[in-house]
Design a protein around this ligand. Structure first.
Ligand code: SF4
Ligand code: SF4
Length: 537
């Protein structure tokens, strides 16, 4: 039960989402199976992304996973580089850059991410929905099956579908765990008994349950009611953003095209298109219409006058009157034949002819559907297409606006800052602090002694087995407490050491000293810290 504009009053026009009825209950959608060039392209993109998703946890770069978000052990690997909590500032920069990139991308290209690469859309439309079409059939067959009593056939179909859904949900949950704990740990977990790893096993079941619920029941509501990105479209998009748009200048006033004109093109539709052919299901030999114009289906509800400007207008804004016109027989028609195929294929249940809407995930199904119709009635494709509002209304091509330029500048600065941080980022993060709350001590030989703590974090895949701390300036001696220091890959080490400096090498109470962290002959880091000495008289 989709909301049709013809059943809406101006007061209620687009004031609610299409998947909720007047009582606030869910309207279950039965989108027609899409097909066409965009759908085929999306299938290939989805195949590649799904394949990558399933092999991702097992790809390694320099011995590290390609991507891992181990929240439990606070280890994050991006493109094979290990990030630890000490790298938090880099992580924040990456996140800020990512958000700005998303905003910039959305301002220019709309919701391409949603329709083509978002995991929700990819799995929903290219895995779960296709399984459903395969088992239960297209929209009408599925609707009939849902309404039918529980027969053996229905139990078999529903049982098979949900069993496959559960298997896919378990597989997806497995891979998500793989991205958290890493591919090797995942294999260990899969090959061991659940009882040996029951917290992970329970997490796996919980993830699988969530995925099953989302893909089997929640579906498009994840995009329309939960995802914050969709809700921000009103802020991101402007009249130059390229989104999936209905060309209302060309398409309106819409009307049913029932008969082919005997002599001329499109029956006075006002379009420059070629002659109108009968569409599917129409009699092969069209009768000659006594009227000079095609017969138009009138709206079911109160009729409003179509906008007819006093002066000839080349640009019209889309209004309720535009899409709910009184179509009189002496008014030229647009290219939309009001077949509603674009609505029937929409997985979020909207009518794109009402304009850009929150629910539109830019899946392109309506483009394919409408192109097919245009082919059948011999009109140019692209009545629904990727286009900006300015492109449709004013014929303005895409241009870089001041907003896009500003976003690009900020993005470039951030990318530069991140690159610098990554280049300057050493393999070992060293933190040296003077032991808090302690004054200096006097050694037996009269030297002044300070105690320091040292923390080393290994952010590489190498082990450091010959670690040492050297005093560079001033002259003095370092004694490491507890003997040799060793640092395994990805590990961290807490230690302590003393620094003894002769009083004549000190300037007074506060002294700056320089130390180096070495691994054998290799210098890992050089840093400056404070050394406390006696007040000089
Ligand atoms: S598919 Fe095209 S012709 Fe049919 S209703 Fe939608 S916009 Fe109009
Ligand atoms: S209107 Fe519907 S079918 Fe068209 S792109 Fe948006 S979500 Fe897809």
């Amino acid at each position: 039960m989709r909301k049709d504009l013809h059943s809406q009053s101006p007061e209620s026009f687009r004031d609610s989402i299409s998947t909720v009825d007047a009582e606030g209950k869910r309207v279950w959608l039965y989108p027609k199976k899409p097909s066409g060039r965009y759908y085929n392209a999306r299938k290939w993109v989805a195949y590649i992304l799904i394949a990558f998703f399933f092999v991702g946890p097992f790809i390694k770069i320099n011995g590290q996973p390609f991507f891992m978000m181990n929240i439990l052990e606070r280890q994050f690997v991006i493109f094979g580089r290990l990030f630890v909590p000490q790298d938090f500032f880099v992580f924040v920069l990456i996140m800020i850059a990512l958000i700005i990139f998303i905003v910039l991308f959305t301002v220019v290209y709309g919701r391409v991410w949603c329709g083509w690469t978002c995991p929700q859309t990819v799995f929903m439309e290219m895995v779960f929905r296709r399984i459903e079409y395969w088992i239960e059939g297209d929209a009408n067959q599925k609707r009939k099956l849902d309404q039918a009593p529980w027969t053996q056939e229905k139990i078999l179909k529903k049982g098979t579908k949900h069993t496959i859904f559960v298997i896919f949900s378990l597989a997806i949950a497995n891979m998500v765990l793989g991205y958290i704990v890493g591919g090797d740990a995942l294999v260990n977990m899969i090959t061991s008994k659940p009882a040996e790893n029951w917290p992970v096993f329970l997490a796996h079941i919980a993830f699988a349950g969530i995925f099953y619920f989302v893909f089997a029941r929640f579906r498009e509501q994840a995009c329309t009611q939960v995802c914050p990105y969709g809700r921000l479209q009103g802020v991101f998009l402007d009249k130059d953003s390229i989104v999936i748009s209905y060309d209302h200048v060309r398409g309106e006033p819409r009307g049913k095209l029932k008969k082919k004109k005997a002599s001329s093109g499109c029956g006075g539709c006002g379009s420059s298109s070629a002659a109108v052919k009968p569409i599917v299901g129409r009699a092969k030999k069209p009768k000659v219409n006594p009227s000079p114009l095609p017969e138009i289906k009138k709206p079911d509800v109160e009729e409003v006058k179509a906008p007819v400007s006093e002066e000839k207008e080349t640009v019209r804004k889309m209004t309720l009157e535009d899409v709910n016109p009184t179509v009189s027989t002496d008014q030229p028609l647009g290219d939309c034949i009001d077949c509603k195929l674009c609505v029937h294929v929409c997985p979020t249940g909207i009518d794109i002819r009402n304009g850009t809407q929150l629910e539109c995930v830019n899946c392109t199904a309506c483009i394919d559907a409408c192109d097919e119709v245009m082919d059948k009635i011999d009109k140019p494709r692209g009545l629904i297409r990727f286009a900006s509002a300015n492109d449709i209304e004013k014929g303005k091509p895409f241009k870089f606006t001041a907003r896009i330029k500003a976003y690009t500048a900020v993005l470039l600065i951030l990318v530069g800052a991140i690159s610098l941080a990554l280049v300057k980022r050493g393999e070992v993060e060293v933190t040296v602090l003077r032991a808090p709350g302690m004054l200096y001590q006097k050694a037996e030989n009269g030297d002044i002694r300070n105690l320091y703590t040292i923390q080393l974090v290994n952010k590489s895949n190498n082990s450091f087995d010959d670690l040492d701390v050297l005093l560079v300036d001033p002259e003095g001696k370092i004694t490491i407490a507890g003997g040799d220091m060793q640092l395994k890959e990805g590990a961290h080490l807490d230690g302590a050491f003393f620094i003894d400096i002769a009083p004549e090498n000190l300037d007074g109470m506060k002294n700056k000293i320089t130390i180096k962290i070495m691994n054998g002959e290799e210098e890992l880091d050089e840093l400056t810290t404070n050394f406390l000495g006696p007040i000089k008289k």
